[in-house]
Design a protein around this ligand. Structure first.
Ligand SMILES: C[S@@+](CC[C@H](N)C(=O)[O-])C[C@H]1O[C@@H](n2cnc3c(N)ncnc32)[C@H](O)[C@@H]1O
Length: 217
């Protein structure tokens, strides 16, 4: 899925959170090389102490040392620094610590680095913490669901549909207040494949929300 997205999008600069063994980095770099990309930034604070540099070794052995650049810092420190350095990216893959707040912070900064038309992919999007961030992205931000991984290698885009409960809640705003957002507006209604473990979003435009804007997610 990552390779197909990269071949369609043809990014010049891309970014990844979470290196570990470097498996996703290898797939990403292979596709980036094919489209002539210039730079792949990989953020992971634990590559040396926890992973004994196996991810970096794999990148080097595969011949991508000139393309991939490792930042040995937590995403919460590395991403704001990239923003300060005015780095712009077209593609990002989030596969880091996965708790809700960490993933949301990663999305927040990646969005600031991502050009309109760019793509951000969440791995483990079937985990409740990551899924909640995906729901926030679709309901509150200028992003469209671009692709959901279905099963091995197959990905599709679901047309958003409204459930019966969702329809009722729409016409009775008071009822909406008492329903969990997941009931009033289920994942399928947002175009998110319920069990998909990898979801790609396309940035459709700049963030022009009013400062009071909020939608339950
Ligand atoms: C699921 S693994 C990544 C797997 C990798 N993408 C692969 O395909 O081999 C999650 C990674 O997130 C890293 N991680 C943990 N906290 C982090 C943080 N604050 N910022 C960036 N990465 C973090 C871990 O060290 C770990 O390598």
């Amino acid at each position: 899925m990552l390779q197909r997205l990269i071949k369609e999008l043809r990014p010049v600069v891309s970014l990844e959170v979470g290196l570990a063994y470097g498996i996703s980095a290898l797939y990403i770099c292979e596709a980036l090389r094919e489209v002539g990309a210039k730079r792949h930034i990989v953020i992971d604070p634990n590559q040396q102490n926890h992973w004994h540099n196996i991810g970096l070794h794999n990148i080097q052995a595969a011949g991508y040392a000139d393309l991939a650049e490792h930042i040995s810092d937590g995403s919460e420190l590395a991403l704001p620094q990239l923003l300060r350095d005015r780095v712009e990216i077209e593609f990002a893959f989030i596969d880091g610590y996965h708790i809700y707040d960490q993933t949301l912070v990663e999305f927040y900064y990646i969005d600031r680095l991502l050009k309109p038309g760019g793509i951000v992919v969440f791995d483990d999007a079937d985990w409740p913490s990551v899924r909640k961030v995906c729901r926030y992205v679709t309901t509150n931000r200028a992003y469209s669901v671009h692709r959901c991984l279905e099963h091995e290698g197959q990905a599709r885009c679901l047309p958003p549909k409204c459930t019966f409960l969702g329809q009722v809640a729409k016409h009775l705003p008071l009822l909406d207040r008492f329903l969990k957002p997941e009931w009033a507006n289920p994942d399928s209604g947002l175009g998110l494949l319920p069990k998909s473990r990898c979801i790609a979003f396309k940035k459709t435009g700049p963030d022009d929300r009013h400062w009071e804007f909020h939608r339950e997610f």
